[in-house]
Design a protein around this ligand. Structure first.
Ligand code: PLP
Length: 827
């Protein structure tokens, strides 16, 4: 990796130097003080985002050893004596300038990949497919934004000879900037769909913007069956765009690659095509339409690049269908397994190590890495493993296990104390078992040939086939969606009561903490104690504090919701008993819900007098809850609640000279009454991806899925299940699923009231749902035993299930049985 001197950076960014004139050369870029590793060699960019102002974190970065900063305002903090500040008008622009400068030092081709879906898959696959011929640097997982791309480009180096970068945009104007930065010689456009349209007038507008990435490209590969894309390409051509086009199509025989025949088989798809007047073919090891399309994008790109049509068969055979993500699994003995056995290059290693650090973070568990030989890196072994060892040291990995002949040969490069090396996965499995790992977060990262799935199986708790999958990236996305609807200084209390609406407490809380939630709220003290035990540091409110748990609450810094004076008196006595002073409490007002809360002015005055007379407590916030924030016809009532809240909360705030936070909005409230956000909002259901008003902005978080246990044929007239309720009116194929009402699959969904999704098709429930099993109709779907079944998730929205059940999504989510394992992943 190249280093840049302070002088270089000054010149490139055209900035103005303040403070210290001598600084170490920098090798790393950072804009997030939490993930800084080698402080003295890091250049910190104080970015003014729409969520946070990076200038607030300059001091934190300084404490982590950073001495060189790019800022828009030089801080007047006298403690930062050794810092060099480079002042620029726009820090993000400076980051892009520096990255652009770096990118332009290299002449090898860059392939730029954009589209609505499939960018990451196409990028990952191309990098694997072309690995035998090229030394490839590619953007880590989802580093595809305005900030991610400069960081990706920063990884470019002399030792490579091809780059693959993916570019995503969320608003107009962004692609032009990425074009300057990436300057791709080759362009690939993947699937065009409806994703990410929010800030664009329509699909055409989005396509036109995306094509800007290829303004100076020499070659462009795309599928002309996407009408809007073909039209936009024609329009660009008419304006004089001179890229060589390579078109593939399933409809147009004149395309460069015409897909003439596709046959889905048991374990893949045979694709035939006409290319240069000849019939050629390839076997893709997928049957899913989206993967097949992504595979064809790769095939087309490589043909366009001059690969021989005959050279594909064995290449594609090795591609893995999924695993574009880091999976988090519960291990035995308190271990957590991060399963990333998909690939093992250094770029994705960096990303996975960051994830490891985040997870190990304050969970109090140590961090372990199990890594295989890194194949086809194109870098000399000595240098490669030296670099890996450096990464591990920077991330303070505590335990390391290397598997493979190459990495074992270079074991002296790894300075860690706790390290072990094995020649093969078998060798490892013979020596170690689940008992050798406990209370650690284990990153498993290996090239596919090493079969790390065997290690993953060994380390994991045994799983029932029905799981609730939680997408942590979607959770973070949803948090951000609401954050953007609020003023930058409004706090967010994330509701994690009832196991985070069924999705699981600690894991979800950890993600929320990492992504900047300000407060958490649980229903009962036990939930809060559990969060503290797992290392969650955020302030936590307990909505239903019970007397028997007061000591535990005080010990764990859990702040009570106070809804009547007697409760406060009891809690205050507990504080005195524990010799506590200045403990925060939250006062609940009833403004119309008629549930918990102070309703009468004289009671509030008593409360104020009581708190004023004690030094054990102080009021952190005063709040109320809306009864009908999601029902526009009731807005008059909501308005009355707001007015009542203003009146009652004033009695509290007037009683003290310190700042007391006010809050009343829940999710629907934020969506509909942002002008009433006061100092904080309480975000619940929206975080988990459900809303009646902004569903299209949110991402699905929880997917309840299972697999088919058995398939059988039922003849006309036969019946299925208890009570013989499922009568076949014709020959039917029935799939048995290992999920029943005890798992939260409500029995009211029996007899075709509900359905599941298999291979993207609806399969209605047949007969009565049993306690642990149910049967669904898969006639004509071509389902097989072992196939994946979605009970709810993207394809079967929770809100739809709720409607069938005449209930609300909250109940469907929180009804998923505790025995259903929660598995977490980040994209
Ligand atoms: C559950 C809860 C919320 C969150 O409501 P959502 O509709 O899920 O956003 C907010 N405030 C209180 C007091 C709650 O109990």
């Amino acid at each position: 990796m190249t280093a840049y001197s302070l002088q270089n950076v000054l010149e490139i960014t055209d900035g103005e130097l303040h403070g210290e004139k001598n600084a170490k050369p920098i090798r790393f870029l950072s804009f997030d003080s939490r993930t800084i590793l080698a402080g003295p060699e890091t250049l910190f960019f104080a970015l003014k985002g729409n969520l946070r102002d990076g200038h607030q974190y300059v001091r934190d970065a300084y404490l982590r050893g950073v001495r060189t900063f790019i800022v828009e305002d030089v801080p007047d903090d006298s403690g930062l004596t050794e810092a060099s500040f480079i002042r620029v008008p726009d820090s993000l622009e400076a980051l892009q300038k520096l990255a652009t400068y770096h990118r332009n030092r290299f002449n090898y081709p860059v392939i730029g990949i954009t589209g609505s879906n499939g960018k990451t898959i196409v990028k990952e696959w191309l990098s694997e497919l072309m690995a035998p011929e090229y030394k490839i640097i590619r953007s880590p997982r989802s580093y595809n934004s305005q900030i991610g791309n400069p960081l990706s480009v920063w990884l470019m180096d002399e030792q490579f000879n091809l780059s693959l970068f993916e570019a995503g945009i969320s608003r107009p104007g962004e692609m032009e900037k990425l074009e300057k930065l990436l300057h791709p010689e080759w362009g690939v456009f993947t699937h065009l769909g409806q994703a990410h349209l929010e800030n664009f007038r329509n699909q055409r507008h989005l396509v036109q913007e995306k094509l800007q990435l290829f303004n100076r490209s020499k070659h462009f590969v795309f599928c002309s069956d996407f009408d809007e894309l073909q039209k936009a390409v024609d329009a660009r051509k008419a304006e004089g765009w001179n890229a060589n086009l390579f078109r593939w199509s399933r409809e147009d025989e004149s395309a460069d690659l015409f897909i003439s025949e596709e046959e889905r088989q048991k374990d893949g798809s045979q694709i035939k095509a006409i290319f240069n007047g000849r019939e050629i073919e390839v076997f893709l090891p997928f049957t899913d339409d989206a993967y097949v399309e992504d595979g064809i994008h790769c095939w087309a790109t490589m043909l366009a690049m001059g690969y021989e049509p005959g050279s594909f068969e064995s290449r594609f055979a090795r591609l893995a269908p999924v695993a574009m993500r880091l999976e988090l699994k519960k291990g035995q003995h308190g271990a957590i397994v991060i399963d990333d056995s998909y690939n093992s290059d250094t770029g994705s290693l960096l990303n996975a190590l960051d994830f490891l650090k985040q997870q190990a973070g304050n969970s109090g568990k140590r961090s372990t890495v199990i890594l295989s030989d890194i194949l086809q890196s194109g870098i000399p072994d000595e240098q490669l493993y030296g670099q890996v060892a450096e990464y591990l040291a920077l991330r303070k990995v505590e335990r390391f296990i290397g598997i493979g002949p190459k990495i074992s040969q270079h074991q002296e490069l790894f300075p860690l104390g706790d390290k072990a090396f094995y020649n093969s996965t078998d060798d490892f499995l013979q020596h170690l078992n689940g008992r050798n790992f406990h209370d650690e977060v284990i990153l498993l990262k290996g090239a596919r040939t090493f079969r790390f799935d065997l290690i993953s199986d060994m380390l994991q708790e045994k799983v029932h086939q029905t799981v609730l999958e939680i997408n942590m990236s979607a959770l973070a996305h949803n948090l951000k969606v609401y954050r953007q609807k609020l003023k930058h200084d409004t706090l967010i209390m994330a509701m994690v009561k009832a196991f985070s609406y069924g999705t699981g407490s600690t894991e979800v809380a950890r993600v929320l903490q990492f992504h900047g939630a300000d407060y958490l709220a649980v229903a009962i003290a036990d939930e809060g104690v559990e969060l503290r035990r797992e290392g969650i540091e955020l302030p936590i409110v307990v909505m239903n504090p019970e007397e028997h748990s007061f000591d535990a609450m005080i010990e764990n810094r859990l702040e009570p919701n106070i809804y009547r004076l007697e409760l406060l008196k009891d809690f205050e006595a507990a504080l005195r008993r524990n010799a506590m002073r200045n403990f925060p409490i939250h006062v609940k007002l009833d403004t119309g819900m008629k549930r918990l809360g102070f309703e009468r002015e004289e009671h509030l005055k008593e409360l104020v007098a009581f708190v004023q007379s004690r030094d054990t407590i102080y009021i952190r916030s005063v709040f109320s809850h809306l009864a009908v924030s999601d029902e526009p016809v009731e807005d008059k009532f909501t308005e009355q609640q707001f007015q009542r809240f203003d009146l009652l909360s004033k009695i509290i705030t007037d009683g003290f000279d310190y700042k007391i936070l006010k809050h009343i909005l829940n999710s629907a409230g934020i969506e509909r009454f942002p002008e009433r956000q006061y100092d904080m909002v309480r975000l619940g259901i929206g975080l988990y991806g459900v809303s009646s008003f902004i569903q299209n902005e949110l991402q699905n978080v929880a997917t309840l899925r299972t697999t088919i246990s058995q398939i059988r044929t039922v003849q006309a007239g036969e019946t299925v299940g208890y009570g013989r309720k499922g009568v076949a009116d014709k020959t039917m194929e029935i799939a048995v699923l290992p999920i029943g009402y005890a798992d939260g699959f409500n029995r009211l969904l029996s007899n075709r009231a509900g359905h599941v999704s298999i291979k993207g098709r609806k399969a209605p429930v047949v007969g009565n749902i049993c306690m642990d099993m149910c049967m669904v109709d898969v006639t004509g779907i071509g389902a097989q035993e072992g196939d994946r079944v979605i009970v709810f998730g993207d394809e079967v929205p929770v809100s739809e299930v709720a409607e069938t059940l005449h209930t609300i999504p909250y109940e469907v989510l929180t009804s998923v049985g505790q025995r259903v394992k929660r598995v977490y992943f980040a994209e």
